[in-house]
Write a protein that binds this ligand. Sequence first.
Ligand code: KG4
Ligand code: ZN
Length: 338
Amino acid sequence: MSEVKSLILAIESSCDETSVAVVENGEKILANIVASQIKSHRRFGGVVPEVASRHHVEQITLCIDDALAEAEIEPQDLSAVAVTYGPGLVGALLIGVSAAKAFAWAYDLPLIPVNHMAGHIYAAKYVQPLKFPLLALLVSGGHTELVYMVEDGSYEIIGETRDDAAGEAYDKVGRILDLPYPSGKALDELAHQGKDTYHFPRAMLQEDNLDFSFSGLKSAFINLVHNAQQREEMLIPEDLAASFQASVVDVLVGKTKKALASYPVKQLIIAGGVAANQGLRAGMTEMMAENYPEIELLIPPLRLCGDNAAMIGAAGYIEFKKQHLANMALNAKPSLTF
Ligand code: KG4
Ligand code: ZN
């Protein structure tokens, strides 16, 4: 007898994207609606939590309707509802959690609580089935961490940033270069037109641990720009971007290489918004081909690197199989960790 088909409605609202997906057996995307609020936050140079919550309220029901219509699914066909309950902005998370609870209650469906960062890792499942043990480098606007997994749903953080996240550093440095928020993508593009001429430090790269630090790099960048302004010296933005990116990529690639030396794995996953970075994708591909050709490198396609609900559906399916369910007391957990 063939396995019963599991159809999960997944909801994501942890930051500045309202997203709803319908996912089959945690491996096939039937719909993945993403309503981005970036334009509303851009003029403030970052995400304004109150503005984010307001947009989520406006968008969430529309996104649910759109996802069901696109997937050609009736609520009665669904097996469960999965929702991001942390980490993220409390007000933003609460909109998704409330919508998921209401939907689950109305249609008498199981409710699956999902960790946003687990979602980022499981985005890779749409590329290839996961093979354990695996290592994941999670790089987003709020997180930079190396996660070791021995099986589905099991997460061990073996290294993490001691201050800023990689995406956060991109956004702060981009601001100095007058790039629109979030500046990761624009800075990445600028970097490809320049050269690493300013040689910023590679923080903690030589240290015997798997942790990261990006706040010193950010300060070095800001100091260089301010000093040049005071002396009325010209700097080359393309070279500044290339030098910054070279430092970030060297550290991310170097620490991942170090982690792989002590954690033998079958796969390496690069996930989160910064996994869209072309320099990082190229640097990691080269390092793996040179040092670990036997380890499979999985990097989700660009549309699944940023926040989206399809990844929540994939991670939620694992929790569903384990019957890790929530009840109507489910609350948002802004500082949720693994
Ligand atoms: O995972 P994500 O969409 O949201 C969080 O959970 O934080 O990541 C957003 C972050 C932002 O900091 C953005 O600047 C960064 O990902 N990002 C990039 C690129 N595309 C997005 N950073 C570097 N290069 C990129 N191409
Ligand atoms: Zn994210």
